[in-house]
Design a protein around this ligand. Structure first.
Ligand SMILES: C[S@@+](CC[C@H](N)C(=O)[O-])C[C@H]1O[C@@H](n2cnc3c(N)ncnc32)[C@H](O)[C@@H]1O
Length: 222
């Protein structure tokens, strides 16, 4: 699905997020860099936008943070590599690997981020376990994603958004965007936060955006 979608992926993302994805990525990247990490992994990096923001913001803050974007799909990584090159960025690289079995030793990273991917993983426990393993003690895990808000106006806004996603999916004529609305609606964020707490993470902080449809979770290992 990602190989089929990699070409128009960035522009479809902009449209699906009402052009808010960049500002959310910026915020998430800022949270990833809160404790001045030396090395960060952006898991399921796709076309690399969050990894690139992380490296850019690190530079703006005078940090020499190295960023490794990791994804299983070579086509998405090709786009990511090209974008980083065109932006003239150093200190960032992209690696093909499975997030459930990362080719790094325990405690290798000071921070781990993951954007717009968790709801689509078929083994969320496996993802959390591996993120926990590669993080050093007290290292930050930052997750940015969308889900259906529990109640109130957010829930109503989500149904409007759901219809919008379906329309974009039909127009895009790609399997990925036909599948996305259902997977977003089916994701149980509260259960996910519970898994994070039970998975050995603490200081869990949840921030909501766009009436609660988008959220960022920041937590620490240990
Ligand atoms: C919806 S895209 C999100 C990409 C990017 N993080 C973003 O914010 O736009 C999900 C990505 O997860 C990757 N992915 C899914 N399962 C994976 C796995 N087990 N290991 C590594 N990457 C995976 C896909 O290849 C795809 O690039």
């Amino acid at each position: 699905m990602y190989s089929q979608a990699h070409r128009g992926y960035d522009s479809t993302n902009r449209i699906l997020s009402f052009f808010r994805d960049s500002s959310l990525r910026r915020l998430a990247a800022g949270m990833t860099l809160e404790s001045d990490p030396s090395i960060v992994a952006d898991l399921a990096t796709g076309t690399g936008d969050t990894a690139i923001f992380t490296r850019r913001i690190a530079k703006e803050r005078g940090l020499d943070t190295e960023v490794v974007g990791i994804d299983a799909n070579a086509d998405m990584l090709r786009v990511a590599t090209e974008k980083a090159k065109n932006a003239g960025l150093s200190g960032i690289k992209f690696v093909k690997a499975n997030v459930y079995k990362l080719p790094y030793g325990s405690g290798h990273f000071d921070a781990v981020s993951c954007s717009f991917s968790v709801k689509n993983f078929n083994d969320i426990d496996g993802f959390l376990k591996e993120a926990h393993r590669v993080l050093r003690r007290n290292g930050a895990l930052v997750i940015l994603d969308t889900s259906m808000p529990g109640t109130g106006f957010g829930r109503l806004a989500f149904y409007v958004y759901f219809a919008y996603m379906k329309l974009i999916g039909a127009l895009a004529q790609k399997e990925l965007y036909r599948w996305l609305p259902g997977s977003t609606a089916a994701f149980d964020r509260r259960r996910f936060i519970g898994k994070i707490r039970r998975g050995g993470f603490s200081s869990v902080r949840v921030s909501e955006f766009l009436f609660g449809i988008a959220y960022i979770v920041r937590c620490r290992k240990g």
